[in-house]
Design a protein around this ligand. Structure first.
Ligand code: NDP
Ligand code: 2IT
Length: 451
């Protein structure tokens, strides 16, 4: 049985993390943010120190790295690097998305798998944390090239995943098309039709509202936060970054609730619609991004919006902000600009879009701020419900899933409030999410002993 030795300080703990994971800036950042919540919480709970719980969660169960060879349309052999990080399966099979983007590194996927462990715990569903991907750039590739890549990627991944082992889904650069190709390859190689992936098409085991769930869920989280201040989304101006799955469905929910969406972005810059974006215009952007795979400035040209090249939207005055593109896209200057312009609430649709300094700026200003692991958990939550439906070989009605998503987001909000309330006026949702996510995983790990 473990003995109580001197507990490390947070600095000593982080020094160890940095030594063991050199050069992995994103991973170190994600661990530090969580450690800053957990260390004060477990100060008077020695059992978590004795069992080295945080040290163990911050060491992935395993990391799989592999070569992905494929042939492009000109007959050239191309080589990419694929990964699956299986971080922790204390409370359920590994679960988390697959990202295809040239910026994918081991550090990025380790940070995402670590975050996913806490996020999945927060949903209340039985899912562990994992993440995978490749440094493959889908931009400019033909459908045939994307299919070749997905099939080759899945040929290796098939050995490591399974409906009770590890269940991947989409993320940046991986949507319905890629999930279809990967599911087809898994089925072909194993001769099994099982729920090994989520985010599938409705014809082959997908769940109603999985596509909308992350963006809608982020806005439900925002609603819950605003409610604590007797405020609503209706009538508020909203700055959103990104124009992919999360950003566009977050925008749709804002419109449904009577808010005004001022901005969207992609990696080339942001568009500013001074009078707000309409549902028809949003639909056009969705088609631009998922079918024609064009650039966001085309929307500015089509609708007479401003296009600001190479910039983020955080200088645009707004009441609410939803960063929904990628990690570290909102820095200290962006956060200060939002606060100075009167922004009252930020909910992260993306994973870790705010730098540590940006989060500190929001906390210092005591505005409402929900971290990604709470605010964007609606996507993986509906993925969890897709797994349940696949196991039972049934499909639930859309209205049921809509209600379940709302309930789960409400539950996440309430857990964050329970663990994160500082005083009558302020909830620290970062502490709340980290601690609430940690406790369930930690208690399961203690039950298993030293494994
Ligand atoms: P998409 O691929 O659908 O969209 C990504 C968007 O972000 C695009 O607008 C893209 O622009 C932009 N973007 C991506 N990388 C960068 C970059 N390095 N710099 C600037 N802009 C960038 O992905 P999702 O909408 O699915 O994911 C967005 C975020 O949400 C990610 O952080 C993801 O991890 C997170 N998330 C996603 C969930 C899901 O269910 N899909 C669930 C929970 C979180 P461009 O078109 O130019 O590449
Ligand atoms: O970051 C995330 O939560 C996702 N990309 C979704 C994961 C999932 O398994 O649905």
């Amino acid at each position: 049985m473990p003995v109580l030795h001197a507990s490390p300080t947070i600095e000593q703990f982080m020094e160890g993390v940095r030594r063991r994971n050199p050069g992995e800036a994103e991973f170190q950042q994600a661990v530090q943010e969580v450690a800053e919540s957990i260390f004060p919480y477990i100060k008077d709970k020695p059992v978590y120190h004795e069992w080295e719980i945080l040290r163990r969660i911050a060491e992935p169960d395993r990391v799989i790295m592999f070569r992905v060879c494929w042939e492009d349309d000109k007959g050239n052999i191309r080589v990419n690097r694929g990964y699956r990080v299986q971080n922790n399966n204390a409370i359920g099979p590994y679960k988390g998305g697959i990202r295809f983007h040239p910026s994918v590194t081991l550090s990025v996927l380790k940070f995402l798998a670590f975050e996913q462990t806490f996020k999945n715990s927060l949903t209340g569903l039985p899912m562990g944390g994992g993440k995978g991907g490749a440094d493959f750039n889908p931009k400019g590739k033909s459908d045939n090239e994307v299919m070749n890549f997905c099939q080759s990627f899945m040929t290796e991944l098939t050995r490591h995943v399974g409906e009770d082992t590890d269940v991947p889904a989409g993320d940046i650069g991986v949507g319905a098309r890629e999930i279809g190709y990967m599911f087809g390859q898994y089925k072909r190689l194993t001769n099994k039709f099982v729920g090994v992936l989520t985010g599938k098409g409705m014809e082959f085991g997908g769940s109603p509202i999985r596509t909308e769930a992350t963006g809608y869920g982020a806005v439900y989280m925002m609603e819950g936060m605003l409610k604590t201040k007797d405020q609503r989304v209706e009538g508020k101006t909203v700055a959103i970054s990104g124009s992919g799955n999360v950003a566009t469905y977050a925008a749709e929910k804002v419109l449904q609730l009577g808010g005004k969406v001022l901005t969207l972005s992609d990696s080339s810059g942001f568009v500013h619609a001074k009078n707000g974006i309409s549902q028809e215009q949003l639909q056009w952007v969705m088609e631009l991004k998922t079918v024609r795979r064009g650039r966001i400035d085309e929307a500015a040209t089509a609708f007479g919006w401003d296009f600001v090249e190479g910039q983020k939207p955080w200088g645009v005055p707004c009441d609410l902000a939803l960063p929904c593109a990628t990690q570290n896209e909102l820095d200290e200057d962006g956060a200060k600009a939002l606060v100075a312009n009167g922004c009252i609430a930020v909910a992260e649709g993306a994973n870790m879009p705010s730098t540590i300094e940006a989060v500190q700026a929001f906390q210092k200003a005591r505005i409402l701020f929900a971290p990604g692991k709470a605010a964007n958990a609606g996507g993986v939550a509906v993925s969890g419900l897709e797994m349940s439906q696949n196991s039972a070989r049934i499909t639930w009605k859309e209205e049921e899933l809509q209600q379940l998503l709302r309930n789960i987001m409400q539950g996440i909000h309430d857990k964050c409030e329970e663990y994160g309330r500082v005083d009558d006026d302020y909830v620290d949702y970062v502490n709340g999410a980290n601690i609430a996510g940690f406790v369930k995983v930690a208690d399961a790990m203690i039950a298993y002993g030293v494994v």
